[in-house]
Design a protein around this ligand. Structure first.
Ligand code: ADP
Ligand code: MG
Length: 699
């Protein structure tokens, strides 16, 4: 009897650890780079290509030039500056002239890393110091001797990969080579011939190999387009199907504009609505008064007044005999909404209730009021999503700070009743390019102007060397009664990175700088109750200085706070800094934001800080942030439901996005379930990737 095991053939989907020379330990390091299978490795594109012949001669270089080239290390010198800082100088030479690479406060390992005689690849912007050309904190790579690797020895262009742990360029190059040697023949095409021809794309197999083994790096940008297109095409198919099946056709509630409660609220508003608030309200009302289900994103910068607009939408549902819910991401925000809205509706015949998580006194009653329908407006946290919460007749749902909730959570609330109208609020201005991809055909309303009583926050970048001057200016604000936030990147001291942590900062400020004021520490590892208690005391003015990590980021309204100090501002993302800055200047007085930078500040970090000084326009900032960081990091978490693109950049690649969307819509328009024979390939690739996401969106 023949009982041989079926042969498992090594292919693109085999785990990378089985490749020659990899093994368990290196496989773990590769995993840090997002590489699990052999195909992942093939799709792990070089971040640069080293031109081994095209190196410039040092003599021809000028200060300010950006350079990238390989040279020989001629000497290494470690010393201390007058100020006591560690300085490492590495002289590199092309045989005719020398330039100096310099690092301050470098990791100890650097001292033994550079050896005279080795080849060093460096890249950065040149400067001049005492008549000597130098590269400060250049990017670098020790170029290993590839003598034993025949294939690579003959290449003019060497790929440079991102590394992890103690992985080397040489290891990755060899492993990539081994991957293609073994599996190149099995790489599958994933675009139909029609599209390949339309865009003159090379076959996937060819394009992948060229990405690693190019003999002409000028062709790389065009090659990359193919991979960008693939990603967009399949993600746009999802939206095309969503549009096809849900699009215009979802029946919703046909509200009538009764001008009852809404008019009463309007008559007693403590301020006049801004023009964009009025426009957005008209858009929302028109949508709610149509027979289809509203699904609308309400965008507006921090402090632009989204809450009041939302309240009108909730009231429209209530005056039509329905209930309306507002969900917030934290208890503190839910409390704040509850307090504000109760106050605004004090004279109206509307019952407002608050629902939070956990067990507390009165909760049973609130749940009963929700299920019997006596509660009109229900404000709450995630607790609203729980299965034991039953609404009587839910007509409208608003989700505040919607990016803090996952797609699944948003979908759960939307399904709590028949087809309530949906309003998603976002203080993170989402660029149009992103919102199309994240939300497909969601309608968007934008409040693009702040209420008139606001003065733009004055933003200043200061070096930490000058922090005493900052404290002196802040002292004046404190004397005149304001409150101050100080934000630090870490909670506790860490020996790995030399960053100011919130704990040390709090100790220093409360004992040495402002001992006369109450100063309290707040961080994310505190229990929620403790955090809330501190925020309430800050809100009440009992606490004057709040030293914290970024936990204070989300939507709190404390009008008396007028100073924000961000330590290590160079470490934060642009959108995050903008959100932090939005915590101050909400009360009509002049507010200040000090961005404290600690040396060294990289080029991109510098650009971020300058952008903040230049503008307070959240949309401009968001576009810039996307451009600098890419969409993956834009919302911080996977939870946002944002598709993770490996190749595409939503800002830089918008033209490709538009083409891909057009193609996807065209295919779904004639063959929505991809049953035609010519759709077979697309169908296979699409469902392999998108089955799970479809479940969330289509059903
Ligand atoms: P956000 O859009 O960040 O959620 P809020 O809705 O919390 O902003 O509004 C911020 C502050 O501005 C609140 O104190 C609110 O009462 C006030 N506000 C809203 N609209 C106006 C307006 N048209 N004129 C003056 N103040 C307003
Ligand atoms: Mg808000």
């Amino acid at each position: 009897m023949d009982n041989t095991q079926p042969q498992t053939r090594t292919g693109p989907h085999t785990e990378v650890k089985y490749l020659k020379g990899v093994g368990e330990q290196r496989a773990r390091l590769l995993k840090n780079l997002g590489i699990s299978t052999i195909l992942d490795l093939m799709e792990f594109f070089p971040r640069d290509y080293l031109a081994r012949k095209l190196n410039p001669s040092i003599k021809e270089l000028r200060p300010e030039d950006y350079v990238a080239f390989t040279t020989m290390i001629s000497w290494v010198d470690e010393r201390r500056t007058h100020g006591g800082k560690k300085l490492l100088n590495v002289g590199v030479s092309d045989g005719k002239a020398t330039l100096v690479c310099a690092w301050f406060n470098y990791p100890t390992a650097y001292a033994t890393l550079f050896k005279p005689g080795s080849l060093l690849w460096v890249s950065g912007q040149l400067s001049e110091y005492n008549g000597q050309l130098q590269l400060m904190h250049p990017e670098f790579e020790l170029v290993e001797d590839d003598a034993d690797d025949d294939f690579w020895k003959k290449r003019e262009f060497m790929p440079i990969y991102s590394l992890s742990g103690n992985l080397t360029q040489k290891f990755i190059r060899r492993t990539v080579y081994a991957a293609f040697a073994l599996c190149a023949g099995q790489i599958e095409e994933n675009l139909p011939t029609g599209l390949l021809e339309k865009y003159q794309f090379p076959a996937r197999k060819v394009a992948l190999q060229k990405m690693h083994f190019t003999i002409n790096p000028a062709e790389i940008p065009a090659l990359k387009q193919r991979f960008v297109y693939e990603e967009f095409f399949y993600s746009q198919l999802l939206w095309a199907r969503h549009k096809h099946y849900h699009g215009e056709s979802v029946q919703g509630i046909h509200f009538a504009n009764k001008r009852d409660l809404t008019t009463q609220l309007y008559a007693q508003l403590p301020f006049k609505l801004t023009a964009p608030q009025k426009r957005v309200l008209r858009e929302i009302f028109a949508d709610m008064c149509s027979p289809r289900q509203m699904s609308r994103l309400l965008q507006g910068d921090v402090g632009s007044g989204k809450t009041i607009v939302t309240l009108f939408a909730l009231l429209l549902a209530v005056e039509n005999g329905y209930q309306a819910a507002l969900m917030a991401p934290t208890e503190l925000l839910a409390d704040q909404h509850y307090a504000n809205i109760s106050k605004l509706l004090a004279n109206l015949p509307v019952q407002v209730v608050l629902l939070k998580g956990g067990n507390y006194r009165g909760k049973t009653q609130v749940k009963e009021d929700i299920s019997t329908g006596s509660a009109d407006i229900i404000i709450g946290t995630h607790a609203l999503l729980q299965s034991d919460i039953e609404f009587d007749r839910l007509g409208c749902v608003a989700v505040d700070e919607q990016h803090r909730f996952g797609v699944l959570q948003r979908a759960t609330l939307a399904r709590k009743d028949k087809h309530p109208d949906l309003l998603y609020l976002s203080a993170t201005p989402i660029p149009r390019s992103l919102s199309l991809t994240v939300f497909g055909d969601l309608e968007v309303s934008v409040i693009d102007e702040l209420p008139p009583n606001r003065k733009p926050v004055q933003t200043l970048v200061r070096s930490n060397q000058k922090i005493d001057l900052v404290y002196r200016e802040v002292a004046r604000e404190l004397v005149s009664g304001s409150q101050v936030y100080i934000v630090c990147p870490l909670i506790e001291e860490s020996d790995k990175v030399d960053l100011l942590d919130a704990q040390r900062m709090h100790e220093y400020v409360s004992t040495k700088v402002f001992p006369q004021y109450s100063c309290v520490l707040l961080h994310g590892r505190m229990p929620a109750r403790e955090k809330d208690a501190i925020m309430l005391r800050f809100k009440a003015g009992e606490i004057r200085i709040l030293v914290s990590t970024t936990v204070i980021e989300v939507g709190l309204d404390i009008p008396n706070a007028s100073v924000m100090i961000v330590e290590h501002a160079e470490r934060f993302g642009l959108a995050q800094l903008h959100q932090l800055r939005g915590r101050v200047g909400r009360g009509g007085q002049q507010a200040w934001c000090y961005l404290i930078e600690h040396f060294p500040v990289g080029k991109i970090a510098r650009e971020r800080l300058n952008t903040l000084v230049r503008t307070t326009d959240g949309f401009l900032i968001a576009e810039k942030d996307l451009e600098l960081r890419g969409p993956g990091e834009f919302f911080g978490t996977e939870q946002s439901g944002l598709p993770q693109f490996r190749f595409a950049n939503l800002v830089g690649d918008q033209a490709v996005l538009n083409q891909a969307r057009g193609d996807a819509l065209a295919i779904i328009g004639t063959d929505p379930d991809l049953t035609a024979p010519e759709s077979a390939l697309v169908k296979k690739v699409y469902f392999r990737q998108y089955t799970d996401k479809e479940k969330l969106i289509l059903y």
